[in-house]
Ligand binder design. Structure first.
Ligand SMILES: *Cc1c(COP(=O)(O)O)cnc(C)c1O
Length: 221
């Protein structure tokens, strides 16, 4: 357990000011999260709704919980009352649902739109065309209970670090273009980079890195 604190401090020392660290605590116990919390961390990322809802009750109130995984529309309502940012909004359908459930409880939910830039077929996210279509649509402008704060993406899971870098670079370009075309200053977060590739993501303009394994160790599924 002591190990976790030193790993956390080590990771933190590599992250420049201006880049936010999301400590990805999925599959890790509340005890371990508490250690990292006591070390000063306040933003934690989870990817399963039930697990997140259980942890919220037993951990300190001032944690900012980010939802980072694929979110099913039928589970949106469970996290809306407390979630501080949803990273993986990967369809118009899901965004509508988040808007609807947020309206019900009188909240405006912060969201990042997930872009598909990796080679793998399996990664979720918008294509550039889909993104443009949604942002141009009249319906999009009527969604008052979501605030789009930026983009999120994942690079291919490959040892080819040049490819990873190019994918992050593409995400940064998409971020800049989308901001200029559709948004203002509120559109300020580019969530990219995980344990194995975050230094590259930071070099390419990430404002938010999502790091699990390098802090907590391997997950036990
Ligand atoms: C699990 C997960 C992470 C963290 O991955 P590590 O390799 O453990 O750092 C980051 N982003 C998303 C979307 C994840 O699901």
């Amino acid at each position: 357990m002591k190990n976790i604190l030193s790993q956390y401090n080590e990771v933190k020392s590599t992250i420049p000011d201006g880049v936010k660290l999301v400590a990805v605590s999925k599959f890790h116990s509340a005890d371990k999260i508490q250690i990292v919390y006591d070390g000063g961390q306040r933003i934690f990322g989870e990817s399963r709704v039930q697990e997140l809802c259980e942890k919220v009750h037993i951990l300190p109130d001032d944690i900012q919980w980010h939802f980072i995984g694929h979110l099913q529309t039928n589970k949106v309502k469970f996290i809306i009352p407390f979630v501080s940012l949803i990273h993986g909004v990967d369809s118009f359908h899901l965004l509508r649902e988040i808007n609807k459930e947020s309206a019900k409880v009188g909240r405006v939910t912060n969201c990042l739109l997930q872009m598909h830039v990796a080679q793998e077929e399996t990664k979720f996210g918008f294509s550039t065309t889909e993104l443009q279509e949604m942002l141009r649509s009249e319906e999009f402008s009527t969604l008052k209970n979501v605030s789009i704060r930026g983009l999120m993406g994942m690079a291919s899971n490959t040892d080819n670090m040049q490819q990873v870098r190019e994918e992050f670079r593409l995400l940064k370009q998409l971020f800049d273009q989308t901001k200029a075309q559709f948004f203002g200053d509120e559109f300020c977060e580019l969530s990219m980079g995980m344990s194995h590739d975050y230094p590259i993501a930071i070099e390419e303009g990430s404002t938010m890195v999502r790091i699990g394994t390098s802090i907590f160790g391997e997950r036990e599924y």
